[in-house]
Design a protein around this ligand. Structure first.
Ligand code: PBG
Length: 328
């Protein structure tokens, strides 16, 4: 590069047109995925106290929200159920009920004109009394027993209309087992979005409140979710998932793991997604409140950061807000 004054980098920053022309990365509605929490009932919009501006929605309201997302150019919603306590047990049996809340919601979405992608989470935690993602044997989640259940859960969700199944449980071998079962059942177009590098993070608290899986003492998932110290291992997880049949991979959380997103996005050929998790969203919100600064630019900057790291798309609780205020 020639030295100053031949190079003055401020020339490209002088006006909006010049800044836009030279923009290296962008954030568009099609880079956003909207997570939705669904509960029983009708016309319910129940605020989630630890996740600001987010609601547990009854199916009819969730459909409205998905249609709003669709009208804004968002291309997919990710559904999570808030299961009634009397339907939970230690095996998460309700996850396999073909008429459970998730299945009914998927059906209603399709019936009422939602044409964007429907992503269904595969994991047992919304359905278990202990809040773990799988079947406990002693104090630990048993990998192989859990994978058997997850395969069944995935098939139930796909039969109900899910376009994408997203295993978020971090068991070994689950992607391969689910892919094989989908192929055998003739579901050759079903996408698998693997939560490949999912960390045992302290940032999931508001989500656990939202789905009602929080326990009196915080749950420790570190025998299956990754240690925050790891990055090589994250790539290995993603590579294995791709070999086993994942179409897309994901890193979670997002904002605190930008290096992991970049590493995986550079080394894996399938699209890499990131999840701006509940605690990250709540942190941004708290900052905006405490410093009395507008939330949208803060949220926008955080999502641009995730895009710049290399994520193709981002799951964010702010998807609708940001799409409504899309800045070029
Ligand atoms: C569990 C699951 C979690 C999240 C998505 N799926 C929580 C956990 O692993 O305990 C967290 C998402 C968020 O915090 O926004 N299968």
């Amino acid at each position: 590069m020639p030295a100053f004054p031949n190079t003055r980098l401020r020339r490209s920053r002088q006006a909006p047109w010049a800044r836009r022309l030279t923009q290296e990365n962008d954030l568009r509605p099609h880079n956003l995925i909207l997570p939705l929490f669904v509960c029983e009932g009708a016309k319910v919009r129940e605020p989630i106290s630890t996740l600001p501006d987010c609601f547990r929605l009854s199916m009819d309201e969730a459909v409205k929200e998905a249609l709003l997302a669709q009208s804004l150019g968002i291309q997919a919603v990710a559904l999570f159920p808030c299961v009634e306590n009397d339907k939970k047990d230690d095996q998460g049996s309700e996850a396999l009920n073909q008429n459970n809340l998730m299945c009914r919601t998927l059906g209603m979405m399709r019936d009422r004109g939602v044409t964007i992608g429907l992503i269904a989470d595969v994991a047992l935690d919304p359905y278990t009394t202990h809040g773990h993602d799988g079947i406990l044997v002693g104090a630990k989640v048993d990998n192989d027993l859990t994978v058997e259940k997850l395969v069944e859960q995935a098939l139930v969700l796909v039969a109900a209309g899910a376009d994408v199944v997203a295993p978020s449980d971090m068991q070994d071998g689950r992607i391969g087992a689910i892919r094989q079962a989908l192929e055998q059942a003739g579901h050759v177009e079903t996408l698998i979005l693997a939560y490949s590098a999912k960390y045992a993070s302290s940032l999931y608290g508001p989500f656990r409140d939202a789905v009602g899986s929080s326990q009196a003492t915080p749950i420790d998932k570190s025998t299956y979710q990754m240690q925050p110290t790891q990055i090589k291992e994250a790539l290995l997880e993603a590579q294995l998932d791709v070999e086993e049949g994942a179409d897309w991979v994901m890193v979670k959380p997002g904002m605190l793991y930008l290096d992991v997103i970049a590493h995986i996005a550079q080394h894996v050929s399938v699209p890499t997604f990131a999840y701006q998790v509940s605690g990250e969203y709540a942190m941004l919100h708290a900052l905006s409140q405490q410093t009395n600064q507008p939330f949208i630019p803060l949220l926008h900057e955080s999502l641009v950061g995730i895009r710049r790291a290399g994520a193709r798309g981002v799951l964010t609780y702010g998807a609708i807000k940001i799409a409504q205020h899309m800045i070029d």
